[in-house]
Design a protein. Structure first.
Lengths: 232, 232
DNA sequence: CGCCGTATTGAGCGCTCTCAAGCTAGGTGG
DNA sequence: CCACCTAGCTTGAGAGCGCTCAATACGGCG
């Protein structure tokens, strides 16, 4: 829970304020919770938002920060299903199963707004433009990680760097940003080992396609990277 | 276009009859098209439903048959994004981009019903239970092919065989069905070559985990297959 | 400043790919 | 009806990409 001022400040910029701000009177959940801040959570790095097998009740809108969703396979490998950044909605994939199939964990300090699914449905019914937006978001998530089907490690990693650059907020320079996840996380998402990720990043750096120093990265030759990634 | 009798016969069993049958009077599209059959298409094997870059206007409900969606990468490889069977809806992933990003092709003789997206939105707004069902379907598609993140070829193929068995209609015997796609298609979906698919199927057969004769397959030891696939 | 998780780099191995040669099944035409 | 024909499937041998294991370097945080 965070203080009211910080909350309302954030909410004005949030695409999902209709879910949180009491403009939409008919939602009984709003009436029971006269302060929207009550639905907001702050997560520290590595803190868990939900576990698999938790009963599905809420979607989560990311106000600030970054999360990953993953599950652990029989051999103990962490298989990352997706990364979620500011403005993304978490939990759509859970609707059909009724419980969370994955764990969701904060990669950095993160603020999320909890949206009870029942209210979500109600609000969609009342608000056609919001409904259209949600279909848009879900459609976008259906296309997430399309590059995972690429054959080589280089292709997938190149496409990944471009994907992240479009979804994260840039630093000072265009196409420069901070990777919120570890090499291991990148590998667990791209089906590569951390070593392979590191090796290919070094190779991109050597070829002056990117500048990289630990988490800080800048794409120097976007066209070249797109060529490798096989993205138009 | 097919004859009225055959059409209405099919529609009664279809979850999406609300989109097609004139029970829902307010949809002006229904009023302009007094015969639902006009929206139905028959596709022969290998016939194309839509191409990439075609403007997105319609969703497609599969009445009968099987399709694949794919795109061709820079090296000419066909990368298959998904297989779609009877009862599935095609086109959700296209909502956000405004045009079809993939090609959709029939694997076998197929019947689809065309659902104009504008009418779809209208109908969702009028029909809360349908809206819930659509969210359910999209959520399901978000989880499709979760096993593609598995590491080994055996894992992915084992999971694939189980997935398909659950989505296709069984033949005479439980867990026996006809694979609607080629070895090459399976490989293009699972990121394997046709040779590797063939080799592993032969190996499963040798180990009496499955019975397989060309397209006809029967799962003999489901538990064993689940173990390999790392599925609970 | 020292610790420990994370990242980098190297050497060797193995799974899957490539290339190639038979084999099978289903469709076509004589 | 059967011989052919072709696309798809199977199987084998060898090569290469990415993995495993290992050692070193870095960097964030106490």
């Amino acid at each position: 829970m965070i203080d009211q001022d910080q909350n309302s400040q954030n909410c004005e910029q949030c695409d999902f304020s209709p879910f949180c701000i009491a403009e939409n009177k008919p939602v009984h959940w709003m009436q029971e919770n006269n302060a929207a801040a009550k639905q907001q959570f702050q997560l520290k790095k590595n803190e868990v938002l939900y576990f698999p097998q938790n009963t599905f009740r809420n979607l989560y809108a990311i106000q600030q920060g970054n999360l990953k969703t993953y599950h652990i396979d029989a051999d103990g490998n962490e298989l990352i299903k997706g990364f979620y950044f500011k403005g993304d909605i978490l939990g759509f994939e859970t609707i059909y199963s009724g419980h969370y199939l994955l764990s969701a964990v904060a990669l950095t300090p993160t603020v999320v707004c909890e949206i009870p699914y029942d209210n979500f449905l109600e609000l969609l019914q009342l608000n056609p433009s919001l409904q259209k937006y949600v279909l848009y978001l879900m459609s976008q998530q259906l296309n997430a990680g399309f590059y995972l089907s690429s054959v080589t490690a280089e292709q997938r990693l190149a496409a990944f760097l471009i994907d992240i650059s479009l979804r994260l907020e840039p630093l000072d320079t265009p196409l420069s940003y901070l990777l919120p996840m570890s090499r291991q996380d990148m590998g667990n998402y791209l089906r590569l080992t951390a070593e392979t990720v590191s090796r290919i990043l070094s190779q991109f750096k050597k070829n002056k396609i990117i500048m990289i120093d630990n988490k800080k990265i800048q794409i120097l030759r976007l066209e070249q990277l797109k060529l490798i990634a096989d993205i138009p």
